[in-house]
Design a protein around this ligand. Structure first.
Ligand code: P6P
Length: 348
């Protein structure tokens, strides 16, 4: 994997508006030269891991790898075989980079620490988001938040990550779908790269990625939870059903739902749901570090908003590495519309 250079099919990389990884990192704000080099090396490793995971996903059905691994993760959720494959792939690459001092993962109870001689960062990842979709060859994703390491001694790596969670430098997701896409956000912009399976590298796609004007009309929410939502959420959903100007799209993989809503305009919601039959997450199902913060950072960089219904996601104090939150994330217009109808404070 060459360092951020476009693949051999780089014809479109010469078009107006394409940035290699190096060019994107060079124009990211608020970083020293040494930090830029470190971030670029981390992004190279994420790209390499995404390429490897994509290749293995394509062979999953032939290798009998679309099902469960037979054990539960720290979240008490059934681990898919590919959760472990993705975990090991990204942990191995990021750990060997010499640029990641601490790695926390949805799939591991405790942080992993690695020796880093120079500028280093902390990474929080969901190595394979939505992996239950694999049984039906549905879309899945990988999600990363990269925090500026405070450089203090790592006597308590979990605390080091929690203390840095408000200092997101970069957020990334990989979408494994009809194409494999790499979406990278710094504070000032979001850029997209597509895997060229022949050249085995990611090539830049032209232009910045932003929510469309008007904010779109797509709403992504699991309506099966309707009876378990609070009155504000039900009021919002009821109001939607009294109009025809919206459409529902929900595939059970945050990365896919978020990505579609980013390009076409819309909002994704996973509110807290009251327990029923022993199930439910009153505080919300999704994880703050591994899902909500990276997606909120990307949404903000693309002109959108993200809240848990009370507080902007990026302002929520991180108190536990597996902390869960409610999540409403999408275009500014659709998130504000939710807040107005549900009686929630605006996350602005
Ligand atoms: P439900 C996948 O397990 C995930 O964490 C997100 O990717 C997805 O948006 C959500 O959970 C789906 O949850 O309860 O609707 O199946």
């Amino acid at each position: 994997m060459t360092r951020g250079e476009p693949s051999k099919t780089a014809s479109h990389a010469k078009n107006e508006g394409c940035l290699t990884l190096s060019e994107l990192v060079d124009r990211a704000p608020e970083m020293t030269g040494a930090e830029r080099q470190a971030i670029l090396e981390i992004l190279d490793k994420i790209s390499e891991g995404a390429r490897d995971v994509a290749r293995r996903l394509a062979m999953g059905p032939l290798h009998g790898l679309t099902g469960s691994s037979g054990h539960l993760n720290v979240q008490g959720e059934e681990v898919q075989a590919f959760d472990e494959i993705a975990q090991d792939t990204f942990s191995g690459l990021l750990g060997a980079s010499g640029r990641v001092a601490v790695l926390v993962s949805e799939e591991r109870e405790h942080p992993e620490t690695f020796p880093c001689p120079g500028p280093s960062f902390y990474v929080a990842m969901d190595p394979l988001d939505g992996s239950s979709n694999l049984a039906v060859s549905g879309p899945v994703g990988s999600i990363f938040a990269i925090f500026r390491g405070a450089g203090e001694s790592l006597r308590d790596p979990a605390k080091a990550v929690l203390d840095s969670a408000s200092d997101v430098v970069c957020a990334v997701y990989v979408l494994y779908s009809v194409a494999t896409l790499l979406v990278i956000a710094f504070r000032n912009e979001v850029r997209m790269y597509a895997l060229d399976p022949v050249a085995e590298g990611f090539a830049p796609l032209p232009g910045k990625v932003r929510f469309p004007d008007g904010g779109g009309q797509i709403v992504s929410i699991n309506s099966a939870n309707y009876t378990r939502w609070d009155a504000g959420v039900r009021r919002y959903v009821d109001a939607l059903h009294s109009r025809s100007s919206w459409s529902g799209r929900y595939v059970g993989a945050l990365v896919m739902d978020f990505h579609r809503n980013l390009l076409k305009g819309g909002v994704f919601l996973y509110p807290g749901d009251l327990p029923k039959d022993g199930k439910g997450h009153p505080e919300g199902k999704l994880r703050l570090l591994f899902e909500a913060i990276p997606m909120a950072f990307i949404a903000r960089a693309a002109g959108g908003l993200a809240t848990n219904g009370k507080t902007p996601i990026l302002d929520i104090p991180a108190t536990h590495i597996h902390q869960r939150v409610a999540l409403v994330v999408g275009s500014r217009e659709r998130v504000l519309e939710y807040c107005h109808l549900a009686g929630a404070p605006e996350p602005v």
